[in-house]
Ligand binder design. Structure first.
Ligand SMILES: [Zn+2]
Ligand SMILES: [Zn+2]
Length: 129
């Protein structure tokens, strides 16, 4: 991961890395950045226990007032933008199927593609209205 040399934001002596060049650019250029509050699962390798911690990645506003994104790929696109563009987030293939069946393009929580459950698709497509 590239080391960020932005002394204005990382005053302490230890080098800070970001996940991508885009994140470093944002760290330098964006007026406002903040730590991502997305909960990520951590598994303890010793006992297999899961805990949830905040991602903490550098987060910045996307151009065009669309929302904001974190260096680790956690997109937060505003409801209104998603509605205007006819897409929405889906947590699993079943939810993706329910969206797709209503003509709304499903997108994975990280902004990538997601599988569509055909049963859920048929169910949603068959609903009146
Ligand atoms: Zn930085
Ligand atoms: Zn994040």
């Amino acid at each position: 991961m590239p080391v960020c040399g932005n002394r204005a934001r990382h005053a302490e002596g230890t080098p800070v890395t970001h996940a991508s060049i885009a994140a470093i650019r944002a760290c330098f250029l964006e007026e406002e950045v903040w730590p991502c509050s997305w909960l990520v699962e951590l598994t303890n390798p010793e006992d297999g226990e899961s805990t949830y911690v905040e991602c903490g990645g550098v987060t910045w506003y996307l151009p065009g007032n669309r929302g904001y994104a974190c260096e680790n790929g956690h997109d937060h696109i505003y409801d209104q933008v998603r509605a205007d563009e006819r897409w929405d987030y889906a947590a699993d293939p079943e939810e993706a199927g329910l969206l797709a069946g209503r003509g709304v393009r499903p997108v994975a929580m990280d902004g990538g593609p997601i599988d569509v459950d055909p049963g859920a698709f048929r169910y949603a497509a068959g609903l009146p209205g």
